[in-house]
Design a protein around this ligand. Sequence first.
Ligand code: NAP
Length: 274
Amino acid sequence: MSTRVAIVTGGNKGVGFAIAKSLCRKFDGDVYLTARDESRGKQAVSELEKEGLKPLYHQLDICNAESRDTLAKFIKEKYGGLDVLVNNAGIAYKLNSNAPFSEQAEVTLETNYFATLAFCQTMLPLLKPGARVVNVSSRVSTSALNASSAELSGRLKSISSIEELTCYMRKFIEDSKAGSHTEAGWPQTAYGVSKIGVTLMTPILQKQLEEDGTRPDIVINSCCPGYIATEMTSFKGTKTIDEGADTPVYLALLPPNTDIKGEFVTERKVQKYK
Ligand SMILES: NC(=O)c1ccc[n+]([C@@H]2O[C@H](COP(=O)([O-])OP(=O)(O)OC[C@H]3O[C@@H](n4cnc5c(N)ncnc54)[C@H](OP(=O)(O)O)[C@@H]3O)[C@@H](O)[C@H]2O)c1
């Protein structure tokens, strides 16, 4: 049987680093710790090697199409397909950032929504039967959904295609640039809206995979790792990165024929947000 393979995006630090570490211990196959910066990625790999683990490194900037395609080609040629994908890479402006809201909207959605989706779509054709995909979203996605106007929130919750979801994500950026996002019903959080996109894309992609029907038992879920002490939270989070890795890794290793598909999960529990 061919070697199984897992990819973690944004694996050089924070929750992604802990996910890569845990997968090295629990996943029966090769684990690629990817990072956009080679020296930071290789440094992280050598830290795990000191613990006796054997992660592999590959460069990946999820915002760069060439970088996404290079990794996909490499995985296809070396492994013939992919068994586990953890879309962990993400960014957040600090709460006290002076950057204009419209800039925060555009830059945050570019990474967290558009690039995550693009990498997912690049890798979906490579998923092997039984593959598991985990989109690291946030609880902030559900609070931001609820903080949207009732009308907008209702519309977002009923979206059934990636095209429609992408139109709404673009509209948020346009409304932010026009200074009319509040009037249009959006919450005052670019990060929250980007993660609404991540949480909502998940059941749509799950349905697409099921309708495709050619490869059985492929499962994609989103999750929140919890409030974790990382650079993103200025190390104010109350949980460790290893605790943050727990739910993503649980989802990455869900057993065959699991019922947990297209869901949003926190602390290993499916959350109803619609
Ligand atoms: N920490 C929390 O409390 C919390 C709560 C809910 C959800 N999350 C989510 O958990 C995930 C990890 O967050 P974290 O707290 O571990 O953040 P972090 O410590 O800031 O790490 C973020 C990781 O993403 C990488 N990254 C950013 N942009 C990238 C790109 N374009 N291509 C590839 N990698 C990129 C970073 O690489 P560089 O080092 O090169 O910048 C870094 O490795 C994120 O999706 C975040 O939204 C975190």
